[in-house]
Write a protein that binds this ligand. Structure first.
Ligand SMILES: Cc1cc2nc3c(=O)[nH]c(=O)nc-3n(C[C@H](O)[C@H](O)[C@H](O)COP(=O)(O)O)c2cc1C
Length: 252
């Protein structure tokens, strides 16, 4: 299964087999993770995968799920760190689906003190992982998501992959505005917005990174060039402008 195929069938896994992943599998996951392109290369990130059940037990918090391993993500602190971590971690989660491993984001759980920092980087979010003890995938019609008209001004493959993205409490904070094409345009431009909700603003930035990674995976799989630019658009009716994605045919 490719990462793009994972987008169309993935689901959060909340029941895991108790078996641990082998040391080879854990190091394969770690080396894949280290090669994932970040959204912003100048924000340093790192990860740690728990190996023992004692390490796993030390992770506590609301809505925690029992899993044989947890990927703990760390990042430099910055207003874009959550978006960047969401962008990286979703690519890892899609990869895990593609190799038969289940995962679920834990947005509220936290590790104990000694795992709260990694060198100079701070704890960001956890992904529970392991062999699934429930179906790993589902048919597209079983995704519980908003209608496309609620999240985009235009139905397209791009808004389609954003629509399927996972989000904290399934709040789906995104809106995709496709700029009408003009004769002068090169490629297609999508302006990406997020609901302006203060209460969940940190979690929503992670959600936005996840959604943007779906656009990125779609573009790569279709051999399209993609560029993200801050076009400094104004916020619109309760929605905060995040970034614009320009997508063009790769002429090479
Ligand atoms: C940032 C973030 C935090 C999440 N936190 C939790 C959590 O703490 N516990 C949980 O069971 N699921 C959590 N989820 C999973 C969402 O509830 C789930 O993605 C959403 O309901 C959509 O379902 P699906 O992933 O099966 O498509 C989180 C998802 C995201 C993206």
């Amino acid at each position: 299964m490719t990462l793009l195929e994972s987008i169309y069938c993935r689901r959060s896994i909340r029941k895991f087999k108790s078996d641990s992943l082998s040391p080879e599998e854990l190091s394969q996951i770690e080396s894949y993770a280290k090669k994932i392109p970040p959204f912003l290369g100048d924000i340093q990130t790192d990860l740690y995968i728990t190996k023992t059940s004692a390490e796993g037990d030390s992770i506590k918090g609301l809505y925690k799920i029992n899993a044989p391993h947890y990927i703990i993500m760390y990042s430099e602190k910055n207003s874009f760190s959550n978006l960047n971590v969401g962008f990286i971690l979703e690519q890892l989660s899609l990869y895990l689906t593609s190799i038969g491993i289940g995962s679920c984001y834990l947005g509220v759980a936290k590790p104990q003190k000694q795992l709260l920092k990694k060198d100079t980087l701070e704890f960001n979010i956890i992904l529970a992982i392991g062999y699934p003890d429930e179906p790993l995938t589902r048919a597209i019609e079983h995704f519980k998501r908003k209608n496309i008209t609620e999240i985009a001004n235009n139905a397209s493959s791009i808004s389609g992959v954003v629509r399927l993205a996972p989000s904290g409490m399934n709040l789906q904070p995104w809106y995709i505005y496709k700029k009408p094409e003009t004769v002068k345009d090169t490629g297609e431009t999508y302006h990406i917005y997020c609901v302006n909700r203060r209460l969940f603003s940190h979690m929503h930035m992670t959600d936005m990174g996840i959604a943007i990674s779906h656009i990125y995976v779609y573009a790569l799989a279709n051999n399209l060039d993609i560029n993200f630019t801050n076009m400094k658009h104004p916020n619109i009716s309760g929605r905060k402008y995040i970034i614009s994605a320009n997508i063009q045919k790769n002429e090479k």
